[in-house]
Design a protein around this ligand. Structure first.
Ligand code: NAD
Length: 367
């Protein structure tokens, strides 16, 4: 309880739900942070080590992200404490039971996140209808397959060029976590002339100063391969990626990977926060002092949720890409201009923009 109230403030969280089904060993938490802008959209993360704290912080990031993106949706998040590599039949049972437990929770629309995918969203849709990121066959825009978030990251990078000493053409990129977000960010940035020099997953990092073959690495990962087995560069330990010599560093895996302990090993001039909450506040301050431009997660990685919102409204994939481009371009520019004119951290400027929208919407609510 104490932990819960430690995270509450004038925005939320509005509801915290614990789910436990001993028969299935299903343990899950749902945090609905704020629904002033509309029913909350937020991912469902499955991992063995997820916590209430992680869930609450991610739910707040969704409130800010959806508000900053101008979507008619509040923020929420859910976590299922389990290993996503469990047998498929067991995973289906777990996901269906999770959905069933949410049958009366009408202000939360579930999306995919680490450890869950389009198939899982289809099971939830089959149970309670309230999910996004669905397979194409049932009207979805498969946001991870098309790279909605990675595309948005590349748009933010384009805007950031005018605010830091990095030009996309020839820029050396390192990606931590070559999954749905990381691989597509690398692909869209490569299409703009950048060169992927390092990538990691949970097993290892691969480094090639002349450039990794993005398509080959993505195909290798898609076929179930791990980076430790990929030929095409020098293999190093997973966490060595933080100190790689590069221009753009993209965290696209777990939270809290940049802290005061390792922030000074970062050699990039631009950080694009693909992962949610990848850096501590102190680490972001330090980056700012060092003149490293770090673009906040909820501005840069909003492509996925913008796509999900378009899907929820019955829109097309083409409309999703167009909306992601417009919104992320506009928001990144607004945040960077505000940060520059107030000599503030980009995160502070972004939080101010999003909070203002949520607080204003809250004045229309009954309570
Ligand atoms: P994913 O499961 O597809 O990929 C994650 C990748 O990270 C995997 O390759 C995994 O092996 C790797 N990984 C795990 N732990 C690692 C570690 N310690 N070091 C290096 N690599 C590690 O997940 P995803 O959908 O790409 O999401 C990645 C991050 O981006 C998460 O923080 C998620 O919340 C955030 N995010 C995702 C989306 C989206 O559209 N999928 C949108 C916004 C934010």
């Amino acid at each position: 309880m104490d932990l819960l109230f430690e995270f509450s403030d004038p925005l939320g969280p509005e509801k915290v739900i614990g789910i436990y089904q001993p028969g299935l060993d299903l343990r899950a938490i749902v945090v609905i942070d704020n629904v002033a802008l509309g029913p909350a959209i937020g991912g469902c993360r499955m991992a063995p080590d997820v916590t209430l704290e992680e869930c609450a912080r991610l739910a707040r990031a969704m409130t800010l992200k959806n508000a900053a993106a101008g979507l008619p949706h509040g923020g929420a998040k859910s976590v299922i404490v389990a290993d996503p590599r469990m047998p498929p039949e067991r995973k289906e049972l777990t996901i269906r039971a999770f959905a069933h437990a949410l049958r009366d929770v009408r202000d939360y629309i579930v999306g995919p996140d680490m450890g869950t995918d389009e198939r899982d969203m289809a099971y939830i849709h089959d149970e309670i209808r309230r999910s996004v990121g669905l397979p194409r066959e049932i009207g979805g825009i498969p946001l991870d397959q098309i790279g909605a978030t990675g595309f948005g990251i590349s748009i933010a990078a384009e805007v950031a060029q005018d605010f830091c000493d990095v030009k996309l053409s020839g820029a050396r990129v390192a990606v931590q976590g070559f999954g749905a977000v990381g691989k597509h960010a690398a692909r869209f940035l490569a299409a703009r002339g950048a060169v992927l020099v390092a990538a990691s997953d949970s097993t290892a990092m691969i480094l090639n100063r002349n450039g990794l073959d993005v398509q080959a690495l993505a195909a290798f990962k898609d076929s179930g391969g791990s980076i430790r087995d990929f030929q095409g560069g020098e293999r190093l330990s997973r966490d060595a990626i933080i100190g790689v010599d590069c221009d753009i560093w993209i965290p696209a895996a777990r939270p809290d990977v940049i802290t005061l302990k390792n922030v000074d090993s970062i050699r990039a001039k631009l950080i694009l926060q693909g992962a949610n909450i990848p850096a501590s506040d102190e680490a972001e301050q330090r980056l700012h002092q060092r003149g490293v431009l770090s673009l906040p997660d909820f501005i840069v990685n909003a492509g996925g949720v913008i796509c999900a919102a378009i899907e929820y409204q019955g829109g097309t994939q083409a409309l999703a890409f167009q909306t992601i481009e417009e919104k992320i371009h506009e928001n990144t520019l607004a945040v960077l201009e505000a940060a520059r004119s107030h000599n503030a951290l980009p995160r502070q400027a972004a939080v101010d923009l999003a909070r203002k929208r949520v607080l204003s919407a809250m004045t229309y609510r009954r309570f």
